[in-house]
Design a protein around this ligand. Sequence first.
Ligand SMILES: Cc1cc2nc3c(=O)[nH]c(=O)nc-3n(C[C@H](O)[C@H](O)[C@H](O)COP(=O)(O)O)c2cc1C
Length: 214
Amino acid sequence: MFQKGSLPASLPADPMPLFAEWLAYAREQKAQRNPDSMALATSTPDGQPAARIVLLKRLVADPGYVVFYTNYDSRKGREIAANPRVAGLVHWDAQGRQVRLEGRVVKSPAAESDEYFASRALDSRIGAWASLQSEPLSSRATLLRRVAEQAARFGTKVPRPPHWGGYRLWLDAVELWNEGAFRVHDRARWTRSLAPDGDAGFIAGPWAATRLYP
Ligand SMILES: Cc1cc2nc3c(=O)[nH]c(=O)nc-3n(C[C@H](O)[C@H](O)[C@H](O)COP(=O)(O)O)c2cc1C
């Protein structure tokens, strides 16, 4: 089942098209329920890391960022506000592949978050209002009561909550890893600089590629 195909002998200048190809292939294969799940590691300013799964909803090869959605007031949201440097990891076990990501996070433009929020199922939109993600919850009944309250409050017209939206993870390091027989895996890392460019994101330098021992 897994791809024996290794990385090209001559590494491409930009890893993003190959990353996009691997993601599209994993989605197409349907060998796992959530081929776009990504472990996202954030950390506190004093260096305590924490990881959780989010869905990688969009990959923008040029200029090179991925998008995920969450509650801005959640633990990850608060950690990102204090330290926007994060790491991501996508693993496709059936394909024998992983992609490591490192970079810096900015909030998606509000209009883009609005558009994605509007595309979500009604129950998910109500859930975004009902859940105080990462806060202590006295009982499951309290959550169910909040869901019912928010459903009654909004009916079918549910606007995006101000505390919920997208993040763009701008990449300054990408590592593509392809499983090989007898642990002779194939692995390469691309890095580039990111210079802050206002709220919009970054001006990215060119990628530099290096093959690594597995
Ligand atoms: C397959 C899967 C996909 C998930 N996708 C998301 C997501 O896209 N956004 C999100 O906020 N939480 C998602 N979660 C829940 C998170 O893993 C996590 O429990 C939640 O965001 C709270 O994390 P925090 O307290 O560290 O902020 C997902 C969980 C799983 C298992």
